[in-house]
Design a binder for this molecule. Structure first.
Ligand SMILES: NC(=O)c1ccc[n+]([C@@H]2O[C@H](COP(=O)([O-])OP(=O)(O)OC[C@H]3O[C@@H](n4cnc5c(N)ncnc54)[C@H](OP(=O)(O)O)[C@@H]3O)[C@@H](O)[C@H]2O)c1
Length: 224
């Protein structure tokens, strides 16, 4: 049976963009939302864009209960509350990929700054709120929604951070399904704090250069 990838907060631009790219790559997608009808509407719009794609919509808990992999794409301000709500729903063995950056904008500040997170990063906060047996990696924080929305290859390295090799492997594989995205091993989950702060920097670059798709590329690595 095909694996199912749930996108928590998949009605927003980042989640919808990832859902679009992964559905185009043949993955079976479940859009998660606080409102099942909103999830179904986004799923319908995506099915219209990707012929033959398997994309459905459910409320977040139902979408988590039905998935093998979940990608967290809600604002930092909503992540802890959602994860607490989902704590008893996760199946052991589920892979979670956290895309969250703790932008100050989520609490009324500037999108060009991150706020301090007691655990060190949004991803480390997520780790604390997942039950044992659920695997976590952090990725995609620097891959903007506008780049994901189109059909052009994205022009971006994607750092994958985590302490769980299984989750990192899955994140690597999913990054590799997005044309133009190059997965890089970003090391431990604690390095997510560096990656998350780069998101704020990229938003500033987008504003200063009046573009929408600033991304990062690392040089000097023995990789294609
Ligand atoms: N936008 C980007 O370019 C980008 C790039 C890299 C990483 N990210 C990360 O991806 C995440 C989502 O970004 P976005 O721009 O797509 O955000 P968004 O549009 O503000 O939110 C995404 C979805 O999250 C749900 N949501 C909102 N508030 C919530 C709450 N308090 N509790 C639970 N769910 C809530 C909403 O879905 P429902 O109302 O349907 O539940 C919303 O459609 C963020 O953590 C961001 O740091 C974004």
């Amino acid at each position: 049976m095909a694996r199912t990838i749930t996108i928590l907060g998949g009605t927003g631009p980042e989640g919808t963009g990832l859902a679009y790219r992964l559905a185009k790559a043949g993955e079976c997608i479940l859009i998660g939302s606080r409102d099942a009808a909103r999830a179904q509407e986004t799923a319908k719009q995506l099915r219209e864009r990707v012929r033959g794609a398997q994309i459905e919509g459910k409320d977040n808990p139902s979408a988590v209960a039905a998935c093998d992999i979940a990608i967290l794409t809600v604002p930092f301000s909503g992540a802890a509350g959602l994860l607490k709500q989902l704590k008893s729903v996760w199946k052991p063995g589920t892979i979670v990929i956290d895309t969250t950056a703790p932008l100050a904008a989520t609490i009324g500040g500037a999108a060009t700054r991150v706020i301090g997170v007691w655990q060190g990063s949004a991803a480390e906060q997520t780790k604390e709120l997942l039950p044992a047996g659920v695997h976590l990696a952090a990725a995609f924080q620097n891959l903007g929604a506008e780049s994901l929305a189109g059909d052009e290859p994205v022009d971006c390295d994607v750092l994958v951070c985590g302490d769980d090799e299984k989750a990192k492997q899955v994140a690597f594989e999913l990054v590799g399904k997005i044309p133009g995205a190059r997965p890089l091993n970003g090391g431990k989950l604690e390095n997510a704090r560096i990656v998350e702060s780069l998101t704020a920097l990229l938003i500033g670059l987008n504003m200063r250069y009046k573009v929408h798709g600033a991304g990062i590329r690392f040089t000097g690595l023995p990789l294609k």
